[in-house]
Design a protein around this ligand. Sequence first.
Ligand code: GDP
Ligand code: MN
Length: 391
Amino acid sequence: MDIHEYQAKELLRGFGVNVPRGGIAYSPEQAVYRTQELSGERWVVKAQIHSGARGKAGGVKICATEREVLEAADSMLGKRLVTHQTGPQGKLVGRLYVEEATDIQQEIYLGFVMDRKDERIVVVASAEGGMEIEDISAEKPDSIIRSVVDPAVGMEAFQAREIAFSLGLDPALIPQAVKTLIACYKAFQELDAAMVEINPLVVTGAGEIVALDAKLSFDENALFRRPQISELRDKSQEDSRETYASDRGLNYIGLDGQIGCVVNGAGLAMATLDMIKMAGGEPANFLDVGGGASPDRVLKSFRAVLNDPNVEAILVNIFAGINRCDWIAEGVVRAVRELELKIPLVVRLSGTNVEEGRKILADSKLDITTADTLAEAAEKVVAAWKSNAQG
Ligand code: GDP
Ligand code: MN
């Protein structure tokens, strides 16, 4: 789960990271009011969306007068901001963050991520901040510093000092850099973060180290024990299809095609997407019903798939081990009847209780196409979708 920049800064401030003063605004008038509260001579108006690269997309504006603040806020609020991370539909700007402007002398990249292979939190840093990490690794790979933290001891001062020196920081700045690194590590660990990214972390003209941007994302499996974090969720920033499904306990990922998929197991789901593509179709989603799926869960899964208006055909592909084909078939039959399904449906069942499952589908007399193999199922659903779309 992602949160907004201002929320991330607030959390990091609590751990001792230095952040600029600022305030949230929901209207242009409120943005101006924030500048009066902050006083000073220059302010930055920042669109709060769950995406980076806002600067290049017009979502970060430095202003020198109240009039400029008003205009910047007016140009951003209520619009969808398209960055190269959001996709063409962009993300709705519902709130702004107004900050005192910072006088930048140097921009540093600082990130903390979970390395699954090492089973460790890894610090990634570069003196070439400001650009995105992908661009840094493409253009200045030698500038990237990587340091692995031992979870048994946490980040120690000597390790933080080593990173700070590798960044080529002035010795006078080292204590502040160490404090920032240790604070970020603590935030990562204590909040069950999946990522902490500060880009840029800047050195100001006055010799201060300040987090000018902040991105935090969280491990969703740990949210149950972090109520203060789950409160920060902003559903307006999420794919509404995914929110609908995850709110109902379904594993669902929205894609851009037309063929809806109901599958069990992530591996089989990936294989199913590949087969649909090979057959000339495009999957609309990835939905994993999991193991031991009840008819009710299958019905819910159909609802989630049909919640996407782009879905024009459905493929059910179940390789039942823990699952039972008869339960799946019962769920499919209920879904077709209760949801009055009008688009082509292809079902491939295999494994536990497959005969019972097939019988339920056949006895229903519903217009359901069956298939024995995944390849056959994929070809049939794509063919049915194409002929339906043309006719
Ligand atoms: P992002 O584009 O979404 O990553 O948003 P950032 O918060 O990182 O802002 C983008 C860029 O705007 C930064 O890399 C800075 O170069 C610039 N910027 C942001 N805030 C300030 C500021 O207070 N002063 C100055 N001079 N530049 C800023
Ligand atoms: Mn940034």
